[in-house]
Design a protein around this ligand. Structure first.
Ligand code: ATP
Ligand code: MG
Length: 139
């Protein structure tokens, strides 16, 4: 059964360009509930660890450099079928190929500065959420 949580980051380009509010509005309008959220600035060690799955890819160095270039917003989102529905909401990795109306089509400029991250599986959603938030239940 598909899980009900995913993890997202609003990336440095979108934060720098003033899109936090519009992107959060789109996320909420898309039926997602924000269950944890943090504004932070990653250092190379943290960004490198988060993207360790891409260590062998040619763009890894640039990706880490970009993700540390300015503050980000990290959040855990809740909805039925969260991972797949969120990737539909954000659109293709390359904003040039992202469907009209998606967050990347609206707010991203290039494949590296592509406005948002979205987990690609239930397993990674849990790993990535736990990476940023030690616990996110009510207390
Ligand atoms: P994300 O994981 O950020 O949600 P994604 O799952 O659509 O994006 P991945 O294949 O996981 O894409 O790549 C992670 C990130 O690495 C992309 O969001 C993008 O910022 C960057 N990236 C991917 N492919 C390239 C590339 N060919 N050139 C430069 N950067 C890239
Ligand atoms: Mg990915």
């Amino acid at each position: 059964m598909a899980g009900n949580r995913t993890f997202t980051m609003i990336k440095p380009d979108a934060v720098a360009n003033g899109h936090i509010g519009n992107i959060l509005s789109d996320i909420i309008a898309g039926g997602f509930k924000i269950v944890a959220m943090k504004y932070t600035h990653l250092n190379a060690e943290t960004a490198g660890a988060f993207y360790a799955v891409h260590k062998e890819r040619p763009f890894y160095g640039d990706l880490v450099e970009f993700m540390t270039s300015g503050p980000i917003v990290a959040a855990i989102l809740e909805k039925d079928n969260a991972v797949e529905d969120f990737r539909t909401l954000i659109g293709a990795t390359n904003p040039q190929e992202a469907a009209e109306g998606t967050i990347r089509a609206k707010y991203a400029k290039s494949i590296d500065a592509n406005a948002v991250h979205g987990s690609d599986s239930d397993e990674n959603a849990a790993i990535e959420g736990n990476f940023f938030f030690s616990q996110f239940e009510r207390h």
